[in-house]
Design a protein around this ligand. Sequence first.
Ligand SMILES: [Zn+2]
Length: 112
Amino acid sequence: MQDGKHCPECGEDIGFWPVFSAGISLRIRCPHCGSILTYSNCWNVILVLICIVNLLIFLALVLTDAFKSWSRLTVSFIVVLLTWKAVELVIAKYLRANNSLSLVDTETANDA
Ligand SMILES: [Zn+2]
């Protein structure tokens, strides 16, 4: 069964946390058998992520420039961080629902 929730090696549901904690590295370790998995065809997701990150940095700069104080800088940093975590949450949910997991070829990965 090829979907975004079940490990192609052992067939178990990998759960939400491994996907969320992997962040943008997209290297997910199966909590059941330890296989290294990744999502295929996820470049559209990465492209959206890069756009969101750029937008976040731009927003942070606008916020700090407008007020020019350390407290504002700290607040904007926290806002960016929280927004980023929310984005990761959405991405993890999206990948689980719409993408398919595939096994990373560990032999070729070790050659690098
Ligand atoms: Zn597994």
